[in-house]
Write a protein that binds this ligand. Structure first.
Ligand code: GDP
Ligand code: ZN
Length: 308
């Protein structure tokens, strides 16, 4: 694994930014501590001449994304398209619930705006507003509206997720540093110098069991983006499984429920573990658009928990 030196300890200043090829200490493997792309690690046994070292410990993660496997992610981009394919409220809700429960800031983005009329854009803007969200609208193919997103991602480590066909790979290609940058631009040289390192070598290899029980391998790299920051080169493809979500956790992922609880402060639902399904003294009403999705997901969690 490639590791970039970030220590500011006395004597190490001149090595800042250098990269080291590291093996992972056997003990870490034994206790099943995986090293993910994006991890901050402690490196020992460094040979500065050969630029080699050994990963001895993994620092606590600020956050972690499972698909693709990346540590210390600052932001998720939840990408959908307005057409081809059209947004499905149930799928949107599943991705939103997953992002909310991950505790990572996220931005909801609708792509392919040029395929629909202004009315459709307003319709989705208003609909998402009533859910508690303020999405961005853009077109990757027409290179319009990308600026606002780029500003948001500046200096951060970002992962793009969303259903298939919405334009995730296209967006990643548009955001990463590429040939469009003028050769005189200092960032061009930075990317040139580092492209091999960023593009190919800083790779975390993760074995993952596929449905058939065979091992498939997924490579993830962090690519530099134009204004500084990194972008995972592989998007999340799967429908979120929501396997870790609890009943109580589910309620917290709906802005509509949070709003109703806040409006009723200081009096909350009568029961601490209220699931908001018509219990006595519940302050959460059922007259909002996504309430049926909330109930569906609640059922899904109940079924899963009954098998555990
Ligand atoms: P992914 O499956 O989410 O990674 O989606 P891709 O990036 O592979 O894109 C799926 C299809 O949508 C491709 O044919 C893209 O050319 C197309 N696409 C991506 N962005 C846009 C856009 O802004 N407008 C239109 N009309 N098509 C787009
Ligand atoms: Zn309640």
């Amino acid at each position: 694994m490639r590791v970039i030196v970030a220590s500011t300890a006395p004597g190490l200043e001149q090595h800042q930014g250098a990269d080291l090829l590291c093996v992972v200490r056997a003990l870490l493997k034994k206790i099943r501590r995986r090293v993910l792309v994006g991890d901050r690690v402690l490196v020992g046994a460094v040979d500065w001449t050969d630029r080699r070292g050994m990963i001895e410990d993994v620092f606590e993660r600020r956050s972690e994304v499972a698909d693709p496997p990346v540590a210390n992610v600052d932001r998720l981009v939840l990408l959908f398209s307005l057409d081809q394919p059209q947004p499905e409220p149930a799928t949107l809700t599943r991705f939103l619930v997953d992002a909310e429960s991950a505790g990572i800031p996220f931005v909801l983005v609708f792509n392919k705006v040029e395929l629909v009329d202004q009315q459709t854009i307003s319709y989705w803007r208003d609909r998402l507003k009533s859910w508690g969200y303020d999405p961005l609208f853009l077109s990757v193919n027409q290179n319009s509206g990308l600026g606002a997103l780029e500003e948001m991602l500046e200096g951060q480590t970002t992962v793009v997720v969303g259903p298939s066909g919405v334009g995730k790979s296209s967006l990643i290609n548009a955001l990463r540093c590429n040939q469009n940058i003028s050769e005189e631009d200092p960032i061009h040289q930075l990317v040139e110098q580092n492209s091999k390192w960023f593009g190919e070598q800083r790779v975390g290899t993760v074995s993952k069991k596929s449905g058939k029980g065979k091992h498939t391998t997924r490579h993830v790299s962090l690519l530099p983006i134009v204004d500084g920051g990194f972008l995972a080169d592989t998007p999340g493809f799967n429908q979120p499984s929501l396997m870790k979500l609890t009943k109580q956790g589910l309620a917290e992922t709906f802005p509509e429920i949070r709003r109703m609880l806040e409006e009723n402060e200081p009096s909350q639902c009568l029961f601490n573990d209220c699931a908001h399904i018509g219990e006595r003294g519940c302050v959460v009403k059922g007259d909002w658009e996504r309430y049926p999705y909330y109930l569906q997901l609640l059922d899904e969690i109940k079924v899963r928990e009954s098998f555990q």
